[in-house]
Ligand binder design. Structure first.
Ligand code: ADP
Ligand code: MG
Length: 458
């Protein structure tokens, strides 16, 4: 049985760069394969385990399952049960298994903001994102050499965050000792305002210094998501201008994503807009039919869902707006199939999609949702759409955003604009939050169901 494992590993070795082979593949040891198909692996530490799982395990298992004609289950044991503090330089492999190239280099932990599913190998390339993908790979392979900054722009749900994170993963793999900062622009702004306020309160210099050390000095690579969030925020823009200059001057790679071209960013100073164009600008566009099919098939494979070609084609032909919607549709269809104990078929997909579309009560507007929610919670319509942040209005507002999304065909940016010009990312996080609360908290679920019931009545 163990030979099977060795052969499966060997089958993928030709596709792995020699340095990566030594660093990431060889240190994983197969301890046993039980008769019931249970594979037990030993990894030097959690960090190796995660890399192995993300990058090699799926291909090895595929090979193994093809050879053995059966399914396997994998468990890891860790040689070193080290607790890795976030961003700390702490994990060194056990001495006897220490991979040669890293012998003297301390490995930085993978930044916790980088999600395992946003890697290059999980990104499907087609004509509409080919250039952005190539640019991202180029920057990841030789950071800060020519294309600085890289500016990735395009509509919602088209893979900007995915590419940005993939760059982080790849650079981290190539330069495990580098400090990689991934932040949303919103976090940059919040951090900045936070340190300004605590600076004022304590009238000491430390918090601003800390902020600047964190953003200007520490990172070898700065990845900032959704830079359009800087619009009309003058002091944050000013701070970002200096952050940008410091990093750029020190030859540190900067990558930005945005929903608009630099020239079209409203309320952003010219000096910053012009800096955004210094390097390379790459657009991600709505994927074409073939790419949508390819994405569905890849997602199905990753989720271990059997998706026949005709069903993939059917879904891709009907869900066109963006990749996030495509993913959502696939997950709903897969959930339905598994619930009914049936395979996914075109009929089942058609049914589920029809339900999705029919789910939106005809003619329901965002304004109607807002009125209903405002009346239910007894808040002013004006406040529901306004900027106030205290819970008494913020909570109803999130519910109204969630219901607008669920019951009308409006996109995230459209919903944001009807709530007093909020950013689409605000709407997305509101929707996710209410989804989570509905799953966890029966009280929230019941309120949401009641409101939904009212709104569905003709
Ligand atoms: P954006 O940041 O542009 O709004 P995201 O990067 O968050 O979009 O992408 C939305 C979802 O779609 C993510 O789950 C992402 O993995 C997926 N996705 C987008 N483009 C692709 C692609 N080309 N291949 C695979 N998945 C993709
Ligand atoms: Mg994004």
């Amino acid at each position: 049985m163990l030979d099977l494992w060795t052969e499966a590993v060997r089958s993928i070795e030709p596709f792995v760069k020699p340095a990566h082979r030594d660093l990431w593949l060889r240190p994983i040891e197969c301890v046993a394969i039980d008769d019931d198909g249970h594979i037990r692996l030993r990894a030097p530490n959690r960090y190796h385990k995660e890399w192995f799982e993300d990058n090699f395990l799926p291909s090895i298992l595929k090979d193994l399952e093809a050879r053995a004609q059966r399914a396997f289950k994998v468990d890891f044991e860790l040689v070193e049960e080290a607790v890795v503090p976030p961003r700390a330089v702490a994990v060194t492999p056990a001495p006897e298994r220490r991979p040669a190239p890293s012998a003297s280099v301390p490995l930085a932990a993978r930044p916790p903001e980088l999600m395992p599913r946003y890697t290059f190998d999980k990104f499907v390339v087609g004509p509409t994102n080919q250039f952005a993908h190539a640019a991202a790979r180029m920057v990841a392979e030789s950071p800060a050499s020519r294309w600085n900054p890289l500016f990735i722009y395009g509509g919602v749900g088209l893979g900007k965050t995915h590419l940005l994170q993939a760059i982080g993963h790849e650079i981290h793999l190539q330069h495990p000792e580098w400090s990689i900062s991934f932040v949303t622009c919103e976090k940059f702004v919040t951090d900045f305002i936070g340190s300004m306020m605590s600076q004022k309160r304590s009238s000491g210099g430390s918090s601003m210094e800390e902020f600047r050390a964190r953003y200007r000095t520490a990172p070898d690579v700065l990845l900032i998501d959704d830079i359009q969030f800087l619009s009309n925020k003058d002091s944050s823009q000013d701070e970002f201008f200096h952050t940008f200059n410091a990093l750029h001057y020190a030859h540190k790679q900067i990558v930005l994503t945005s929903d608009k071209l630099p020239a079209e960013l409203p309320g952003v100073e010219d000096r910053l807009r012009s800096r955004f164009t210094w390097g390379l600008i790459a657009e991600v566009e709505t994927p074409d039919l073939e790419t949508r099919v390819a994405i569905l098939k890849r997602k199905a494979e990753l989720e271990k869902v059997t998706l026949p070609d005709e069903a993939a084609l059917y879904i891709a032909a009907h869900v066109k707006s963006n990749v996030r919607e495509l993913e959502g549709a696939l997950l709903r269809i897969a959930a339905r199939a598994s619930f009914q104990g049936q395979p996914i078929t075109v009929e089942l997909a058609r049914d589920a999609i029809a339900k999705l579309v029919a789910n939106a009560p005809a003619g329901l507007t965002i304004e109607a949702v807002q009125r209903e929610v405002a009346a239910y919670f007894d808040v002013k319509l004006h406040d529901l759409k306004g900027p106030k942040r205290h819970r008494a209005v913020a909570h109803p507002r999130m519910i109204a955003m969630y219901l607008s999304r669920k019951l009308t065909s409006m996109s995230y940016p459209e919903i944001g604009s009807r709530f007093g010009g909020k950013d689409h990312s605000t709407v997305i996080s509101a929707v996710r939050k209410i989804e989570r609360l509905c799953a966890e908290d029966p009280a929230v679920r019941s309120v949401v169901n009641t409101l939904e019931g009212h709104l569905r009545q003709p």
